[in-house]
Design a protein around this ligand. Structure first.
Ligand SMILES: *[C@@H]1O[C@H](CO)[C@@H](O)[C@H](O)[C@H]1NC(C)=O
Ligand SMILES: *[C@@H]1O[C@H](CO)[C@@H](O)[C@H](O)[C@H]1NC(C)=O
Ligand SMILES: *[C@@H]1O[C@H](CO)[C@@H](O)[C@H](O)[C@H]1NC(C)=O
Ligand SMILES: *[C@@H]1O[C@H](CO)[C@@H](O)[C@H](O)[C@H]1NC(C)=O
Ligand SMILES: *[C@@H]1O[C@H](CO)[C@@H](O)[C@H](O)[C@H]1NC(C)=O
Ligand SMILES: *[C@@H]1O[C@H](CO)[C@@H](O)[C@H](O)[C@H]1NC(C)=O
Length: 601
């Protein structure tokens, strides 16, 4: 979950050459593997390597761990990879290589290993193994960040397009990047609105079909192992490797990571140890509804968050929030100006010649960006500036948010998100269940009508789901409940009262399905996941949880945050805090930014 652009902006340098190079590269990797293998064996003398390095075919065996030279890892971490069975139900399918990063406990006795997932799906987890994250969990745990199947350095990667650049070309100026434009959200009974959405849905579906055909050609059966159930088995496998057969699987997951957590405790309840999920997506909906029906569930708190945003802006006044005309302006007036702006754009998009890439801003893109901003309170002041400039005719800041070039990343991976969601969601059972453009448009209308008039058609830029009817493969396993497992130690659920994409209702649903095996704590504030706003109360409850102390179910944490800081006043965040609390709050801020950044790429 959360704003991301499905890896669409990862650039690489290989371009067209890469197709022909791919086969060659596979051989190269194999030989490089032999060399590194013997080198590491010589250098580290670890007893984990001999079986793999000395095996006849020079292939690493299942269960072997390879540590990279420290210079290749983030400071303070060990990094490397683990060989796992590619398919836990078919030993002949070969192996997969899971990229890992380990931040080791510095306090002893060590309690075990906590697996980390940042969300997405599609987010790389290796970056989470940091000392700041260790602050949030406790220094007597090993933290294990890993890239889930298909993602970043885990192999095989989802590489449907020959290069990240090809993928950028594919999405540029299409509905996948520009979002769905709603002609006006004010009078949905105008039949032209739905007709326009049908048109855009046709384009959406043909793009999805193109992607799926490309994936079938370039990935084929390699795509079968990206589903959440397979990732749960990977965590089980790695946990036994690191903590022994008797150890439990400990876990922290945010956003989509809450889906992975809910699968973990319900698929393998006897293996679950300390598990925290934050920013909850409803796993029942996820596994039993086709993906075009998810947003109506996700947007339950979006309007409430939007109203809070507008009211807070009004209170802050025009210096801090240029969207308001005067301090104390009724929020409806700011909202009305924004609606006029969206309606104008729906007729005439705004040319943006001087952005990172010349382009034009559509109403669909502008609404999608506003939704993305609602997820990130630390960027609310930026959002007010970007929108006020765009409303005055300069769309550069806003458009850059959509088309920022991302850091170059090798290897590239592209449709990892679809790789997960299309294996998790139920395939259509009959031709009548295959969603048509009319079905997609009707679902947008229903979502705007019932849940979110402003953002009911705006999730596709951030959450690019759909088209799974074209996806070429199914996984070896699809988990769809039951969701009422009994756990030895309750799972901790963290929800915000105003999360615009993973609403508290979803946290409550898991809590009510597992009343004795979960506790929910509630952060009273806006943003996607509790990490969106650094909050001492929540952070202390989570740290205590990993230390063996369960909070009361329903504990509420107040937030204190300056959403639109007055440029002339000093930052008061750390005033009056003791050293320990200041450190924890600062780590929370850094982890919050890191998660934001990972979900963005
Ligand atoms: C892939 O993983 C490496 C190592 O953790 C990290 O530096 C890089 O940012 C990741 N790439 C992406 C796109 O997340
Ligand atoms: C909404 O649109 C319908 C159909 O175009 C029209 O009949 C109706 O008068 C409009 N209502 C308002 C309040 O503008
Ligand atoms: C999915 O969520 C929607 C909206 O909350 C709800 O109407 C629907 O019943 C849910 N479906 C399942 C299977 O949970
Ligand atoms: C438009 O906004 C950008 C970013 O704030 C700024 O650099 C640029 O000078 C502005 N252009 C005009 C014509 O005002
Ligand atoms: C769990 O849910 C399943 C399916 O919904 C149901 O059949 C079963 O009785 C439930 N188990 C418990 C312990 O409530
Ligand atoms: C946990 O607390 C929430 C919030 O107060 C409440 O709605 C829910 O019913 C409680 N759950 C259980 C199982 O008591």
């Amino acid at each position: 979950m959360g704003a991301s652009n499905e890896g669409g902006h990862r650039a690489d340098t290989l371009g067209n050459v890469e197709t022909s190079m791919r086969r060659l590269n596979r051989f190269r990797r194999l030989f490089a593997g032999v060399a590194i293998c013997s080198l590491l064996f010589a250098v580290y003398h670890t007893n984990l390597l001999p079986s793999s390095c000395l095996s006849g075919r020079h292939r690493r065996t299942v269960g072997s761990i390879r540590w990279s030279p420290p210079s290749e890892c983030a400071p303070g971490t060990k990094c490397g990879s683990v060989i796992v069975p590619k398919d836990y139900f078919d030993p002949d399918a070969g192996t997969a290589t899971i990229a890992i990063a380990l931040y080791k406990a510095i306090k002893f006795p060590k309690k075990g290993t906590v697996f980390l997932n940042p969300g997405g799906p599609g987010g790389s987890g290796t970056r989470l193994a940091t000392k700041e994250f260790a602050d949030l969990i406790g220094e007597d745990w090993d933290l294990l960040g890993f890239d889930p199947r298909g993602i970043n350095k885990t192999e095989p990667q989802v590489q449907c397009f020959d290069s990240a650049l090809d993928f950028d070309f594919h999405v540029a100026n299409t509905v996948l990047q520009q979002g769905f434009t709603v002609m006006s959200s004010r009078n949905l009974s105008d039949p032209a609105i739905e007709a326009h959405l049908v048109e855009q849905s046709r384009q959406f579906l043909v793009l999805k079909k193109t992607q799926a055909e490309l994936c079938a050609n370039n990935m084929g059966d390699e795509l079968r192992y990206m589903g959440t159930a397979t990732v749960v088995r990977d965590m089980d496998f790695m946990s036994k490797l690191f903590d022994g057969e008797d150890g439990k699987i400990h876990y922290w997951g945010g956003s989509y990571g809450s889906i992975l957590g809910a699968y973990l405790v319900n698929m393998l309840p006897d293996r679950a140890g300390f598990v925290v999920i934050d920013g909850i997506a409803d796993p029942v909906n996820w596994s039993t509804e086709p993906s075009h029906k998810w947003p109506i569930n996700w947007l339950a708190s979006t309007e409430k968050t939007y109203r809070f945003y507008l009211e807070t802006c009004s209170r802050a006044g025009p210096e801090a929030c240029p969207l308001t005309k005067y301090s104390g302006e009724p929020y409806e007036e700011i909202e009305e100006r924004l609606e006029l702006f969206f309606d104008d754009l729906a007729i005439t998009p705004l040319p943006v010649p001087f952005a990172f890439r010349p382009g034009f801003l559509t109403s669909g893109a502008a609404r999608s960006l506003l939704l993305m901003y609602l997820e990130r309170p630390p960027q609310w002041a930026d959002s007010a500036l970007a929108f006020s400039q765009a409303m005055a005719g300069n769309g550069t800041l806003l458009f850059n948010k959509l088309a920022t070039p991302r850091p170059r990343s090798t290897p590239h991976y592209d449709l990892a998100r679809s790789g997960v969601t299309c294996l998790d969601s139920p395939p259509p059972r009959t031709p009548a269940e295959v969603p048509t453009p009319e079905d997609l448009a009707a679902e947008f209308m229903r979502t705007m009508d019932k849940v979110s008039p402003h953002f009911g058609a705006s999730v596709v830029v951030g959450e690019q789901d759909g088209g799974c009817q074209y996806w070429p493969v199914r996984g070896p396993e699809r988990f769809a409940g039951p969701w009422n497992a009994t756990l030895e130690w309750p799972m901790l659920i963290v929800s915000n009262t105003m999360d615009p994409i993973t609403p508290i209702e979803s946290g409550m649903r898991i809590n009510s399905l597992m009343p004795a095996s979960t506790r929910i704590i509630i952060q009273d504030g806006p943003g996607h996941c509790s990490t969106a706003i650094p909050t001492l109360c929540t952070r202390k409850l989570v740290r205590e949880y990993y230390d063996g102390r369960l909070p009361e179910n329903g504990t509420m944490c107040e937030t204190s945050y300056t959403f639109f800081p007055d440029p002339s006043k000093p930052d008061a965040t750390f005033v009056g805090l003791n050293a320990g609390d200041a450190k924890l709050l600062n780590s929370a801020r850094i982890v919050g930014e890191l998660l934001q950044d990972i979900r963005r790429t």
